[in-house]
Design a protein around this ligand. Structure first.
Ligand code: BES
Ligand code: ZN
Ligand code: MN
Length: 487
């Protein structure tokens, strides 16, 4: 991860990143004026940008080698219109600047801040810090020889120190999740998630890992049923951040399917290619815990990860099999590829035993949610408007996109089983809603929200702030959410 620091004024650098706002109206000209550049440099760069037709759209970049005395090269990046500026767009813009600087082989990157506008100075600087780090990320663990590193440090002129520190914490946690997601399933089985969790244990973080014996004793037939078709043993991982005495208790479950072959209802090759990402919910939970000791939220935070590989081994669950969950309720598995909800059912039951005030789950649950919202927006389902509003606000502050979806009670009929209490799949229509309806059964009267992150957990083509692969979606929203509790 690149190191970001705040500097008071601009010293000589290799690449200088400056930002441009898009004019509010179609006919107006963008303002090409920067305090860090001399009047002459502003004029010449402005002329070059004008010639290029540079408008300042979010993430639009322009590289200038015009001989500014402070910098070898200048990367100009658009941040969009002032009226639409938010954390998300600022991260996208800063990410584009970092990516461009990497592309042109920058040895040192110095950035100035875009106008803070309604973000305020602190959040603006934090978002730029996050964008610079996220945009510079690469996953090179499996490449040889290691690609030559571009810059390893970035400076931001005039950024509040605290904002840079916070930005680093948020970005580091996000990259922690990306690394876990990008690690191939062969090297990231349930036992590896358990190992990763154990490394997070510390003064205020307690970690407990259950193996087959404890899971059987608890009667978690859902997790067992899904996990038993693999040679890799399943695990159940629990984490706890001890907040202030008597503070709110927030529980977060993360789907930890380390590879989803679909089971006997096997996926076609096309759909299976990226299924190492099916533990992205678990990665978000672990990543959140990696940052809690630095952020020290007041509330108590619980994490629960049902970790299993969905495979087709000789003891794999068969369609029509009925699994008895820890809650006592039975599930007819009519589709072995709807495995996430089955393992989460058990996780939610164990979570509820700790009597949390709120229960949140993150899961790459349904392809249907990706059809509905695409790959940059997560679906949010909740049985509690307060919790939904809190998460919505946290996502906005974090710069991640959530959209609340309806839980349509009438569709519950689709999940009626002829033989068990519920079946795990009710056909194609409203697939994301069906997933939520299924999970809701295990939430009961508990305030609960479900984030279907199947779309944004992964990017095929890459984004300005993320190369192709795992994105670490959800980490920053969770961190925003828990740090805002009790405030
Ligand atoms: N892990 C998948 C969902 C998924 C799809 C995640 C695309 C990321 C990208 C999940 O376990 C799954 O297979 N869901 C099925 C459910 C169906 C069988 C009811 C789906 O979406 O097709
Ligand atoms: Zn899955
Ligand atoms: Mn599946």
């Amino acid at each position: 991860m690149i190191k970001v620091s705040s500097v008071k004024r601009l010293d000589r650098t290799d690449v200088l990143a400056v930002f441009v706002e898009e004019p509010a109206t179609k006919d107006a000209k963008p303002l090409f004026k920067w305090d860090v550049l001399s009047g002459d440099a502003c004029r010449r760069l402005g002329a070059a940008l004008e010639k290029e037709g540079f408008r300042g759209r979010v993430g639009q970049t322009f590289v200038w080698n015009g001989g500014e005395s402070h910098a070898e090269r200048v990367v100009v990046t658009g941040v969009g219109k002032a009226a639409s500026r938010d954390v998300d767009l600022t991260i996208r813009a800063a990410g584009a600047a970092a990516k461009k600087a990497k592309e042109i082989g920058a040895t040192k990157l110095t950035a100035t801040l875009p106008p803070a506008g309604k973000l305020g100075d602190e959040r603006n600087a934090q978002a730029v810090t996050e964008g610079l780090i996220l945009g510079a990320y690469e996953f090179n663990a499996y490449r040889q020889p290691k690609p030559q590193k571009s810059y390893e440090v970035a400076e931001i002129v005039g950024a509040p120190e605290r904002a840079v520190k916070l930005g680093e914490i948020f970005a580091r946690a996000t990259l922690y999740a990306r690394d876990l997601i990008n690690t191939p399933a062969g090297d990231c089985a349930p036992r590896h998630l358990a190992e990763a969790a154990k490394k997070l244990a510390g003064a205020n973080v307690k970690v407990t890992v259950w193996g087959q014996k404890e899971i059987e004793k608890k009667g978690m037939g859902g997790l067992i049923g899904i996990g038993k078709g693999s040679d890799e043993p399943y695990h159940f991982i629990m984490l706890k951040w001890e907040g202030k005495k008597g503070s709110k208790k927030v529980a977060v479950c993360g789907k930890g399917i380390t590879f989803d072959s679909g089971g006997l209802c096997i996926k076609p090759a096309d759909g299976m290619g990226t299924m190492k990402c099916d533990m992205s919910g678990a990665a978000a939970v672990l990543a959140m815990f990696s940052a809690l000791p630095e952020l020290k939220p007041d509330c108590t935070v619980y994490g629960y990860i049902p970790a299993a590989e969905n495979m087709t081994g000789g003891s794999a669950v068969k369609t029509g099999d009925v699994l008895r969950t820890a809650s006592g309720r039975t599930i007819e598995v009519n589709n072995t590829d709807a495995e996430g909800r089955v393992v989460l059912a058990d996780a939610m039951t164990v979570a509820r035993e700790d009597k949390p005030d709120e229960l949140i789950d993150l899961a790459t649950l349904t392809g249907a949610c990706v059809v509905a919202l695409g790959d940059q927006v997560a679906g949010m389902f909740a049985n509690d408007d307060n919790l939904a509003a809190g998460l919505d606000a946290a996502a906005k502050r974090a710069g991640e996109r959530l959209w609340r979806m309806p839980i349509v009670a009438e569709y519950r009929d689709l999940l009626k089983s002829d033989i068990a209490d519920i079946k795990n799949s009710g056909g194609r229509w409203g697939g994301a809603i069906q997933g939520a309806l299924f999970l809701q059964e295990w939430a009961g009267d508990q305030p609960w929200a479900h984030l279907d992150i199947a779309g944004p957990a992964w990017t095929d083509k890459g984004l300005s702030f993320c190369p192709p692969g795992g994105t670490g979606f959800g980490v920053r929203t969770l961190l925003e959410y828990v740090t805002a509790q009790g405030k």
